[in-house]
Design a protein around this ligand. Structure first.
Ligand code: GTP
Ligand code: MG
Length: 332
């Protein structure tokens, strides 16, 4: 094939960015879907309040953080504001029945209780999404679709949750890219003094710089890479550069060592459930810092995930004729 029939690399990359935008846009939930979900949330909240008047039902996860795809589940969290939670067990029973029978309009949802940390990490991810909506959202949404299509988005069978993939992306944009695409919201100086009570939740420091409007005025990334360049580099980093055996991904603190967290895998292999099995892949939760978000990832799961990162890197480096084909190939 004569060289001239291949688009040049810069052209391929520009085309790939455009394809990524177009691809992701058609997978976004419609305004109607969002409205139906909000209706369902309100309906359930009214129901819950008949049992526990001082309660609220809040949405978290992808429906609330800007990373949702069409027809994704809804994650809901029930907060009871009164001190004596008399009716909590009735509530749990009622919701259990309801969810078992299925919700109106075919909406799938999970309801948790008092999961205030999840509400906060949802808000953190939302703030990151809002700083650079185009690049961050496109990357995250693409990786979510890709990981689902490639069947590596399933903590129940030993691979990684969507939440885990989102953290990998944010980490890459804050700590790997130089200049960074995103600032570290958990390490920025606060605008005014903050007290410990305001910032701690169950012993975890949940403070982060959340004035996104101000940030958008004051913080500008020096990084001008396109979405396609970032995606290619993301796959390169996680297939080649990241040291899975010794390192921990932390969006709060940057690259950490397993040793420093007591997550090392040098223990002699023993019981199935030992530290070694739980800490093959280490991703520190932004607030619950002793919690490894990737603890469900098994040896085989990690092998598969890394294989997929390599495959994706190869597909994108293979310089196919058209970017659209590369994308189709990637998600095949
Ligand atoms: P899809 O459901 O695939 O659309 O993705 P999602 O963005 O909703 O992610 P996922 O369902 O994996 O997680 C939903 C929310 O639950 C996240 O935004 C977190 O707030 C919370 N969450 C999920 N997994 C964990 C975890 O391991 N630790 C903690 N602390 N929170 C988690
Ligand atoms: Mg979800």
């Amino acid at each position: 094939v004569p060289m001239s029939r291949h688009p040049s690399r810069p052209r391929f990359v520009a085309e790939l960015s455009q394809c990524l935008f177009d691809f992701v846009i058609q997978l976004l939930p419609t305004a109607e879907e969002m409205a139906v979900k909000e209706d369902v949330r309100k309906l359930l909240e009214r129901l819950i309040r008949t049992i526990e008047p001082d309660s609220r039902l809040l949405s978290f996860g992808s429906t609330a953080n800007g990373f949702s795809l069409r027809n994704s589940d809804m994650d809901l969290c029930c907060l009871i504001d009164s001190d004596e939670k008399l009716n909590a067990s009735n509530l749990v029973t009622m919701l259990g029945d309801l969810l078992e029978r299925g919700l109106p309009l075919g909406i799938a949802c999970d309801i948790g209780f008092e999961n205030r940390l999840a509400l906060e990490n949802t808000r953190l991810l939302m703030c990151y999404a809002m700083i650079d909506p185009t690049r961050v959202r496109t990357l995250v949404l693409f990786l979510k679709v890709w990981s689902k299509r490639r069947k590596i988005n399933s903590p129940y069978t030993g691979t990684l949750s969507s939440y885990g993939y989102v953290l990998l992306v944010i980490y890459f944009l804050v700590h790997v890219k130089n200049p960074p695409v995103l600032p570290n919201l958990q390490q920025m100086p606060p605008l005014r003094p903050i007290s410990k009570e305001d910032t701690h939740l169950g012993g975890h420091n949940t403070w982060f710089f959340d004035d996104v409007e101000l940030l958008r005025q004051r913080w500008h990334s020096e990084n001008t890479e396109t979405v396609a360049e970032l995606l290619i580099d993301f796959f390169r980093y996680y297939s080649r550069d990241f040291l899975y055996n010794t390192s921990v991904v932390s969006i709060r603190a940057g690259l950490l060592k397993k040793e420093s967290k007591g997550w090392q895998s040098e223990y002699p292999p023993g019981r199935y459930n030992d530290a070694r099995e739980r800490n093959r892949l280490c991703i520190e939760d932004p607030f619950e810092t002793d919690y490894n978000v990737a603890r469900c990832v098994t040896k085989d799961g990690l092998y598969t995930i890394r294989g997929e990162f390599m495959r994706a890197g190869r597909v994108l480096a293979g310089r196919p004729e058209r970017a659209i084909m590369a994308l189709a190939d990637l998600c095949a």
